[in-house]
Ligand binder design. Structure first.
Ligand SMILES: C[S@@+](CC[C@H](N)C(=O)[O-])C[C@H]1O[C@@H](n2cnc3c(N)ncnc32)[C@H](O)[C@@H]1O
Ligand code: SF4
Length: 435
């Protein structure tokens, strides 16, 4: 089932769309606007068997340095193409393993970014951190450069699980990285955990949850392990027979939920938890929770520029994705300075469906009145979709002041419901095109 971090899903992106529209869309960003920037570093020293992220193993730094040299060129071309006066409100370094960059290379990258884009007054800078590949001097450099958020990969601390997923990571390594960042004032720390991994039991997972609770992260992402060896070849190292069955998977997810609710965390969307003091919780309370390619966020920006191989950019008119293979990305930037390949231009109906799915994923509501206010020309489709949800999912929704609301115990079904809305909208489009 798709995670719906975007609508339409990336498999609907069209070849060459990005290439044709990238310059126009960059030039059309309004001068006074804040943007968000995502930089993808697709390298890891180790390749964990469970991982479905776009990344490649490397033992030497040569390909990493060559890649960053190309990134600098892409940043410069984007800077020249964007109108002047654009401010960067958010910067996220993701991967792969961004902390694989040696200090000198990381400095060069950050200098290029900070020179190209003036930082807004409330600038937020976050980095994905693998604790086994995060030297102290590099962490210090990131903190000195303004990193105020970090997302730390944990997955599970149990040895048999770590052995079965090809990722060895000790409790003390993880604590060291967290303590260092905390002591230097990094304001918000997120930890990633996975349930549904091979050999995970309620007993061992309970131990991991206790270790994590003692670290008191501000946020937690607890994802269900997606076993997709046909897409992520390294997962063939994981035996399907060692995976917990659906019932156990569900029980592990519930165990994590109960543990963190008991620890005072708020449940955010389908797979995040946050302390009430964290901006993600505050966004959820004030109805400002959003969903983007990094999952749940309080980022309200309408323009996200993705840099690096496979990075996705979002503009008011739709999406575009850089060439996915590192070599193809490098070739494109070398020849034209830019690298967009696939993309998608959103129709008015796509904008409506994207909003419906985001409302469901973030707030578990289908608010017909609010949708009609924002999309008055789509009133008929809004009505039909509401009727279809009520008739297809009778036991899931109830009528509240905010429109149709999902009952709390049915919330794990939200991706099924999003996928129903997606299919219903495609059918409605096909039907109206046929008559
Ligand atoms: C892009 S990875 C980067 C993590 C970082 N390099 C590290 O090792 O800590 C971010 C997160 O994606 C999640 N992830 C990776 N593969 C996954 C899979 N097959 N199913 C579900 N989540 C996955 C993991 O929780 C991981 O921490
Ligand atoms: S989990 Fe992190 S370190 Fe492991 S392969 Fe994925 S991106 Fe690389």
């Amino acid at each position: 089932m798709p995670r719906y971090t975007s609508y339409p899903l990336t498999n609907h992106f069209q070849n060459d769309f990005g290439q044709r529209h990238q310059v126009d869309w960059l030039r059309a960003v309004p001068q006074d606007r804040d943007i968000s920037v995502y930089v993808h570093i697709p390298f890891c020293k180790r390749l964990c068997w469970f991982c479905a992220c776009r990344t490649q193993g490397t033992r030497t730094l040569r390909p990493v340095d060559a890649y960053v040299a190309i990134l600098l060129k892409e940043i410069e071309t984007i800077r020249r193409t964007l109108p002047p006066g654009i401010r960067m409100a958010r910067l996220h370094l993701g991967g792969g393993t961004p902390t694989i960059l040696p200090c000198g290379t990381m400095s060069a990258l950050l200098n290029a970014l900070f020179t190209a884009f003036e930082r807004s007054a409330d600038f937020e800078f976050s980095v994905e951190i693998d604790p086994t590949e995060a030297p102290d001097d590099l962490l210090q450099l990131l903190i000195d450069a303004g990193m105020n958020r970090a997302s730390v990969g944990v997955q599970d601390f149990a040895r048999p699980v770590q052995q079965a997923i090809g990722r060895s990571q000790s409790l003390s390594q993880t604590r060291h990285v967290i303590d260092l960042m905390r002591s230097q004032g990094v304001a918000s720390l997120n930890l990633d955990l996975l349930y549904g991994l091979p050999h995970q039991t309620s007993l061992s997972f309970g131990q991991t949850l206790r270790h994590v609770a003692r670290m008191r992260p501000d946020r937690l992402a607890i994802y269900g392990y997606a076993h997709v060896p046909w897409m992520s070849k390294r997962q063939i190292m994981i035996k399907a027979a060692d995976l917990p069955d659906n019932e156990t998977r569900f029980a592990l997810a519930e165990q994590a939920r109960a543990a963190f609710l008991a620890e005072g965390y708020d449940s955010i969307g389908i797979d995040h938890f946050a302390l009430p003091s964290d901006s993600l919780s505050r966004a959820a309370v004030t109805g400002r929770l959003r969903r983007n390619f990094q999952g749940y966020t309080d980022d309200q920006g309408e323009t996200l520029i993705g840099l690096g191989a496979s990075a996705i950019s979002r503009f008011p008119g739709g999406y575009m994705q850089n060439a996915t293979a590192t070599s193809a990305y490098q070739d494109r930037v070398t020849s034209s300075g830019l690298a967009a390949h696939k993309g998608y231009g959103m129709t008015a109906q796509d904008q409506l469906i994207a909003r419906i799915i985001e409302d469901l994923m973030c707030r578990f509501v289908y608010d017909e009145a609010a949708l009609r206010d924002s999309f008055p020309e789509q009133a008929a489709l809004i009505r039909q979709t509401g009727i279809s949800l009520m008739t297809r999912f009778t036991d899931v929704f109830y009528i509240s002041e905010a429109g149709l609301k999902m009952r709390i115990d049915t919330r794990p079904l939200v991706r099924v419901i999003a996928s129903h809305v997606d299919a219903f909208a495609s059918e409605a489009t096909a039907h109206s095109a046929a008559i």
